[in-house]
Ligand binder design. Sequence first.
Ligand SMILES: [Ca+2]
Ligand SMILES: [Zn+2]
Length: 254
Amino acid sequence: MRSKVMFVAAFALLAAVVPGGAFAQRSGVPDGVAVVGSIHGRGVAGPGSYAVLIDIHEMPKAKAKPTRAANCSNAGAESGTYGLTGWKIGGNRVAHLSTATVPSSLGSVTSTLEASWDVWSAAEPAAPSVNVATDGTVTRYTANRSYDILWGRTGRSLATTYTWRWSDGTIESDVVFDKGVTWWKAPSEGDGCYETAGNVYDVANIATHEFGHAYGLDHPSGARFETMYAYGYSGETLKRSLATGDVAGVRANY
Ligand SMILES: [Ca+2]
Ligand SMILES: [Zn+2]
């Protein structure tokens, strides 16, 4: 009974602090997915603690060409623009990869994912580093004070980053790659686009974008060739390396 009273109190507090959700979601939320502003993980970090889902960043597929070929373009002019979400990673972290969810056709993605985190901390040494551990166990995004990476259902997106703010201010982000997409590991970034790759998506390309959200970067407008551009393309690799706007954004945030 006591916990129920605390839950009601926490909800009343939330309603007062986050009227209508201070952070607008960036795109539509599929049926059955939590809505921004909802409370998660009540009690996970002790009595009275709770997490508020403050953002859902879905990465849509760019419109495909009529064929099943790759629809990417080589790296082009950089806009130099960036956006910030309003949060930071609050210190060095371990991201827990649920290896059992990784498509078997990919083999190991641990070093691939770690490199995608490192791109950000290399651009700004004051930004915390995130190491990838293979001890993840969750099979859906979960407010548990742990950064989780997994393959699962995202609805219509290639990948989705969920971010919570805990009642003590701690920020947590989970990244879910859609298991309905055909993923691959391009041999290198090359010129930014593997035109003959087919309708497949490079893990590092999309991971670097999603981890940018965890670092607190938003989608800039009209920045087609930046890592934080909102859309992902089949065959694309250019998001693996940061553009001038991405670098300016992470430097501004840390
Ligand atoms: Ca988590
Ligand atoms: Zn995004």
